[in-house]
Design a protein around this ligand. Structure first.
Ligand code: SF4
Ligand code: SF4
Length: 442
């Protein structure tokens, strides 16, 4: 049963809204507050707005929806907060309330949200077919013909503007690169399932391949269920909670006890995308009122691990070994916001990179600061996203690194595009930490 928008903020456990004690420790970590210095653009200010709406002392209006949209959703405030305010849950609820009231609605916005979130992301086969078709148009000769012949002008303006920034499709996708079951021998130390994602699958299936390579080398039996669909993270982060529930249920059905991959048979369910993992860990809360799925969702949450977090836990039990790079290699690391702040996976990726012998590791200043990718933020808030990106690029130049490792497809793509245009960073290679590890398996 759909709830009315006002009830969504009111239906929050009031203790969550009240938890903020107004100390302000989160303010210096908040990119939008640092940019404007305005209280309403801070976590504390936004929570106060949510509370006022829950209390009926402010209307749920367009100004509120725009403020929630301006929030990067980086969750840096949750790391700084001594009171443990669950800002991620508050923001998701506030955005869902805004969406239910259609407060930011425009025909174009509704159309692109419908195509992206309701059509493509909910139909994995269709999404992969579309990605294959786009991959053809992205081949350099064909892309050049499309521009030189003027065919590009047949596309709507928004698509023309987005085309140069769209992710590169990279077939074959995960199901063609990874076997259903992979292991070195019968004596696997752990049995895990790998989630292939949606954007990750069509643009970065090589990262999924690398993840499986490293887990197998670490002694795991790895199951990669076929034709997986989106986990619903983009839907939840953008106020489409009902669709996020639908996709969560679809994901849980893949691991049904009577199916070929029962959840109880796995030691861990592995995600390698920071933004997805942060959402995937909270299926229990998302489905808490679902009589059929509430309990399995809790078990799911207890088994969900980030790939690097899990590998780090395995290191002492595992025989995994790495070899030196052929040439000297200076590596730096940028934390995905939802990995470091959402999942609290902080040092594990760096520890793992340092396992590669002879590698030079150069810390990146403000690596816990958002790069501006933030899901669709670079599209919805381009000015603020660009400021974050400029700040990141400045720190990246200072590292003089050969390789930047970061663990989220959105960040990888956003930074790769920007580095390509930057004279000092053109040769910087951007990889997922699991790719770097896979390349240096002994
Ligand atoms: S999620 Fe990021 S941008 Fe939003 S309030 Fe928290 S720190 Fe600020
Ligand atoms: S740090 Fe936490 S308790 Fe303090 S103002 Fe920010 S959200 Fe509220």
């Amino acid at each position: 049963m759909d709830q009315q928008p006002l009830n969504l903020l009111k239906s929050l456990d009031y203790s969550v809204v009240q938890q903020c004690m107004h100390c302000g420790l989160c303010l210096p970590t908040c990119p939008t507050y640092v940019e404007t210095g305005r209280e309403r653009n801070s976590p504390r200010g936004r929570i106060a707005l949510m509370r006022s709406i829950a209390d009926d002392t402010l209307p749920l209006d367009r100004a509120f929806a725009e403020e929630m949209d301006y929030c990067v959703g980086c969750l840096a405030c949750t790391t700084a907060c001594p009171a443990g305010v669950d800002y991620a849950h508050l923001l998701e609820t506030a955005r869902a309330a805004s969406e239910q009231e259609d407060l930011l609605s425009s025909p174009m916005r509704s159309f692109y949200r419908w195509v992206g979130m309701s059509v493509l992301m909910k139909n994995p086969r269709l999404m992969r077919w579309a990605a294959r078709a786009i991959a053809i148009t992205q081949k350099p000769a064909i892309r050049s013909f499309i521009y030189k012949s003027g065919l590009i002008w047949l596309a709507p303006k928004t698509l023309r503007d987005l085309e140069p920034k769209s992710p590169i499709m990279d077939p074959p996708f995960s199901d063609s690169r990874i076997e259903l079951c992979e292991k070195i021998n019968a004596n696997a130390i752990k049995k895990v399932a790998v989630l292939t994602g949606c954007v990750q699958d069509i643009s970065y299936a090589r990262v999924n391949r690398a993840t499986v390579d490293v887990l197998v080398a670490a002694g795991c039996e790895v199951i990669t269920p076929r034709n997986q669909s989106c986990c619903g993270s983009l839907h939840a982060h953008n106020g489409e909670i009902d669709q996020a529930r639908e996709l969560a249920i679809r994901m849980l059905d893949v691991f049904h006890e009577e199916g070929p991959h029962p959840l109880s048979s796995f030691d861990a369910i592995i995600s390698n995308a920071g933004g997805c993992g942060s959402h995937l860990r909270h299926y229990g809360r998302l489905l808490k009122d679902d009589s059929k799925y509430a309990s399995i969702a809790k078990v799911w949450d207890s088994k969900l691990r980030d790939a690097q977090e899990f590998l780090h836990e395995l290191l002492t039990a595992s025989q995994i070994a790495f070899k030196s790079p052929a040439d000297p290699l200076n590596v730096t690391y940028d934390a995905s916001c939802h990995l470091i702040h959402g999942q609290k996976v902080v040092n594990q990726p760096i520890d793992l990179i340092k396992q590669i012998p002879s590698i030079e590791f150069t810390p990146l200043a403000e690596s816990d600061w958002c790069c501006g990718a933030a899901g669709v933020y670079a599209i919805t808030q381009p000015d603020q996203a660009q400021k974050l990106l400029d700040r990141k690029l400045e720190h990246l130049r200072a590292t003089k690194a050969d390789v930047l490792a970061t663990a989220n497809p959105g960040c990888m793509h956003h930074l790769a595009l920007a580095c390509k245009e930057d004279a000092q960073l053109q040769s910087l290679r951007i990889v997922h930490p699991m790719e770097l590890l896979a390349e240096h398996l002994a």
